[in-house]
Design a binder for this molecule. Structure first.
Ligand code: APR
Length: 309
């Protein structure tokens, strides 16, 4: 069987961590791309040299030519600036919009059938830009944010309760970080509602830490933002598509009437499988949750209006 092809645009922290994650799990042949000549080539070679140790037989190459990404099944877009201390994700808007617009035009020319998975921040606005420029159907254009927010929350809950991270599940809707809408009543530990195991104050504190989870890492790193957890989250989304797993995951998806919202990318539970975003799962929301979701949507729309795409 022919191996699948995954291209990653941007060989920085997220892009290269993602390449290693995907290669280590043999999910497909990977092309790592960057405009900085030699960066993608050097990192790809390093990952290739790890493959005998990892026991992986997929190929990985680095490139600065879009022609090498041709015929990709999935293209992951991480190109753009990352936050520095004191910056919000919205501060990256104009610069990353021009990078992401440029990248998308080139990518779609060479991989017209690909799924496009966006990571560049501010995530929801950038995913909307990619959708507009690619003209691809909505099932093939999506963004990663909710997976990261839930992973952060799950790791904090697991360490607080001293239980396996595997047994903790959490769910968020809406925007990324500050504007996420956590659905506490759906948080569980092996099916047991978290509210039965942890005080409301403690749950609130974990939610608050998660909202600022990205900024917490930026304040430690000082020169950039998180990349291991974002890369792993992207990896799981790629796996769900390539293995047609039909996983139910929080994904940045285009809403067209679901939750009463139209023409906005928002974090919602979707069924992610071989056709990409196969279904947006609509939950009955409490009035305050719906209000928070609409507020997230307004914040995202305000960013998009600044761009005039
Ligand atoms: N084409 C291709 N690559 C580009 C382009 C472009 N037009 N412009 C910038 N890049 C590359 C940079 O050369 C750099 O190698 O994108 C890479 C970004 O890497 P980092 O600066 O390490 O940023 P990273 O931490 O990977 O984050 C990338 O993902 O999570 C988000 O907020 C984060 O927007 C940021 C993005």
């Amino acid at each position: 069987m022919k191996r699948r092809k995954i291209s990653i645009i941007g060989a920085g922290n997220v892009g290269s961590a993602c390449a290693h994650w995907l290669v280590a799990r043999e999910l497909g042949d990977v092309v790592l791309f960057d405009i900085i000549d030699g960066l993608a080539q050097g990192k790809a070679l390093d990952i290739l040299e790890a493959s005998p140790i990892d026991g992986c037989d997929v190929s990985i190459s680095g490139s600065s030519s879009y022609a090498d990404t041709a015929g990709s099944d999935i293209v992951i877009i991480t190109a753009g600036l990352a936050r520095k201390p004191g910056m919000s994700r919205a501060d990256l808007l104009e610069k990353n919009c021009s990078i992401v617009s440029f990248v998308t035009q080139r990518v779609v020319k060479y991989s017209p059938q690909a799924f496009l998975l966006v990571v560049t921040n501010p995530l929801y606005a950038m995913t909307y830009v990619v959708k507009q420029i690619s003209g691809f159907p909505k099932n093939r254009v999506m963004g990663m944010a909710g997976m990261l927010d839930t992973a952060r929350m799950r790791s904090f809950i697991a360490s607080e309760l001293q239980v396996s991270v595997e047994d903790v599940s959490a769910f968020v809707l809406g925007g990324h970080g500050e504007s996420m809408v956590p659905l506490t009543r759906y948080f569980t530990v092996s099916g047991i509602p978290l509210t039965a195991l942890m005080s409301p104050e403690k749950i609130d504190a974990i939610i608050e830490r998660t909202r600022n989870g990205g900024a917490e890492i930026v304040s430690f790193l000082k020169t950039g933002s998180a990349f291991y957890a974002p890369a792993a989250a992207v990896g799981k989304m790629v796996e769900a598509i390539l293995k047609d797993k039909k996983r139910v995951l929080p994904v940045a998806a285009l809403l067209e009437g679901e939750y009463g919202i139209s023409q906005c990318y928002l974090g919602v539970p979707v069924k992610l499988g071989g056709e990409g975003v196969e279904e947006v799962i609509e939950l009955e929301l409490l009035p305050e949750e719906l209000k928070a979701l609409n507020k997230s949507c307004q914040m995202i729309r305000a960013l998009i209006e600044r761009l005039k795409v």
